[in-house]
Design a protein around this ligand. Structure first.
Ligand code: HEC
Length: 128
């Protein structure tokens, strides 16, 4: 063989592709498992999401993770209870929205709205 000449073993094309495909398939299989683990701060919620999951996914970016306020007003420290002594009024508010506060009546079912509202009135009030 002449040193420096291009090496072209015949048939390398096909077997090379097969090896690469196997490597890619293995990598994808390895990555797919953790990638499907959910969580990771994603905003996917469904019928089974808890009030807390709904709050973190949909409300925390404006009201703060602990309801401390941000773009939206503070909800913690009893604020939301003062503002809405009646839970039904708060449910109606979240469903309809107001100004910069999005209406969640389309995105969430009544049970989900109830759950997230209850979370803000209970657990959220005890978080620091
Ligand atoms: C895009 C930002 C944003 C998101 C997301 C958001 N809010 Fe709000 N929220 C606001 C703003 C702004 C107000 C004030 C609206 C006003 O009074 O005109 C508000 C007001 C409220 C109020 C009334 C508070 C008060 O003292 O008047 C409640 C309760 C509330 N939001 C709950 C929620 C819940 C529950 C979610 C999630 C399902 C949520 N918000 C998601 C921005 C947001």
């Amino acid at each position: 063989m002449v040193p420096g000449s291009p090496v072209r073993p015949s048939g390398a094309g096909r077997s090379g592709v097969a090896v690469i495909a196997t490597v890619i398939a293995t990598v994808i299989a390895a990555l797919a498992v953790p990638a499907c683990g959910g969580g990771g701060g994603g905003t996917r919620v469904d019928e089974t999401s808890s009030g807390r999951e709904l709050f973190v996914a949909l409300c925390a970016r404006c009201h703060g993770r602990n309801g401390e306020g941000g773009v939206g007003p503070q909800l913690s420290d009893g604020r939301v209870l003062e503002r809405f002594p009646d839970e039904a009024d708060q449910i109606a508010f979240v469903r309809r929205g107001r100004g910069a506060m999005p209406a969640f009546g389309r995105q969430l079912g009544p049970r989900q709205i109830e759950r997230v509202v209850r979370y803000t009135r209970t657990e959220l009030q005890t978080r620091r």
